[in-house]
Design a protein around this ligand. Structure first.
Ligand SMILES: [Fe+2]
Length: 384
């Protein structure tokens, strides 16, 4: 490599991520071919080079996020082009792959296209113009996929930030239960994770936990923050929050699935809960999970007219109500997770990120505002 070429390569690497140019990796064991490829793309792209698949993999591992496209020869010692590109797919499936091959074996090419998600193959010897056009189209494909990904991620972030903002507003509206929704979410996720539910379900549980009391937004502050026990009439109004919550979330397409869970988080296993008096497995699984987490948090939190129960007493209360208020299988698992739940209660800001699927978009500082002061007593049946 001449000193000019060395400088050019170094510049390309140093400029990674700093210029608008896309970065491409060219891989060929024959130095002449490698230089021909370099000259073909010089000026238009940042160029990285490797002499075989193994070397190419090292470059991809180091620059996975910067590389938009790879042009690789097929016939190389150490590792063939198709094997190399297959491994690239595992590292970063978004990188567009172009294969240079002297073979016209259709079966091999079809297998390569499928295994490597090949964008295009070019037969050797090739016209530089033909290869340039193929690479330009590949870069267009990469840009389109990247823009879609960025757009999707932005929408997703906006959605979760909105959920968090609503949950935060809810938790701060009732000054005595500050941090309640986030703690309920955390306990629900600890329990749900133990049930080996898939990530999509866990993510929905997380959202449902954050929004389970969303219906309380419609509650008058005079009732929500009353400094004493609720009258029967006030209690009736308060009991409408699961249905109000369901009506709020059911109209949001992405939240439709959790509307039944929001509605059912005050149902009881023996059918004595509200709003529908559902019994046993008529209550959605997530509703039964959130009910346990919700009641545990209500018992271990403080209200102005009652003292928080200790963790041990709350767990005993859950044991006592197993099979009546709570799903016996879930309650037994919840009790078996007692240490983890207690640790989460004491350090939610440390434990939450370990379970949260939305963690990147959640502001954990909210936990520092959570109120844990003391007063008189509550048992599991007093949770509204
Ligand atoms: Fe509730």
């Amino acid at each position: 490599m001449s000193s000019f070429e060395l400088k050019e390569s170094l510049d390309a690497v140093l400029n990674l991520g700093q210029s608008d140019k896309h970065t491409i990796l060219i891989v060929d064991d024959e130095e002449n071919n490698l230089q021909l490829l370099r000259r073909t793309f010089r000026g238009q792209y940042n160029i990285l080079m490797a002499h075989n698949g193994m070397e190419g993999l090292d470059v991809v591992k180091q620059h996975s996020d910067e590389i938009s496209l790879i042009v690789s020869d097929q016939k190389m010692p150490v590792m063939e082009g198709t094997e190399f590109l297959k491994k690239v797919k595992e590292i970063n499936p978004q990188i567009v792959k172009v294969l240079l091959t002297g073979h016209v074996d259709t079966d091999i090419l079809v297998a390569a296209i499928n295994d490597c998600e090949l964008f295009q193959y070019i037969l050797k010897p090739f016209e530089p113009e033909e290869l340039k056009i193929a690479v330009e189209k590949g870069i267009e494909k990469y840009s389109m996929a990247s823009n879609n990904k960025v757009f999707y991620n932005e929408l997703r972030e906006l959605f979760y930030k909105t959920i968090r903002a609503i949950s935060n507003a809810l938790d701060t509206k009732d000054t005595y239960t500050n941090g309640h929704s986030l703690r309920v979410t955390l306990y629900s996720m600890i329990l749900a994770k133990e049930l080996n539910l898939d990530d999509a379900y866990l993510e929905d549980i997380e959202i449902a936990g954050l929004l389970h009391d969303i219906g309380k937004i419609a509650m008058p502050k005079s009732i929500l923050c009353k400094n004493g026990r609720l009258t029967d009439d006030e209690f009736l109004i308060m009991k409408s929050h699961p249905v109000r919550g369901e009506k709020i979330v059911i109209n949001i397409k992405k939240l439709e699935v959790i509307s039944e869970w929001v509605k059912s988080h005050h149902e009881k296993w023996d059918g004595t809960g509200y709003p529908d008096g559902l019994k046993g497995e008529e209550i959605p699984l997530a509703g039964r999970i959130i009910a346990l987490a919700d009641t545990y948090d209500a018992m271990t939190s403080t209200r102005p007219y009652r003292t928080a129960l200790s963790h041990e007493t709350a767990i005993s209360e859950i044991k006592r109500c197993t099979g009546t208020q709570f799903d016996p299988k879930l309650a037994t698992i919840f009790v078996s997770l007692s240490d983890k739940i207690d640790e989460a209660r004491k350090n939610p800001e440390v434990v939450y990120p370990k379970y949260s699927l939305l963690a990147k978009n959640i502001d954990f500082k909210i936990f520092s505002e959570a109120s844990q002061s003391s007063a008189s007593s509550i048992n599991s049946s007093e949770n509204v």
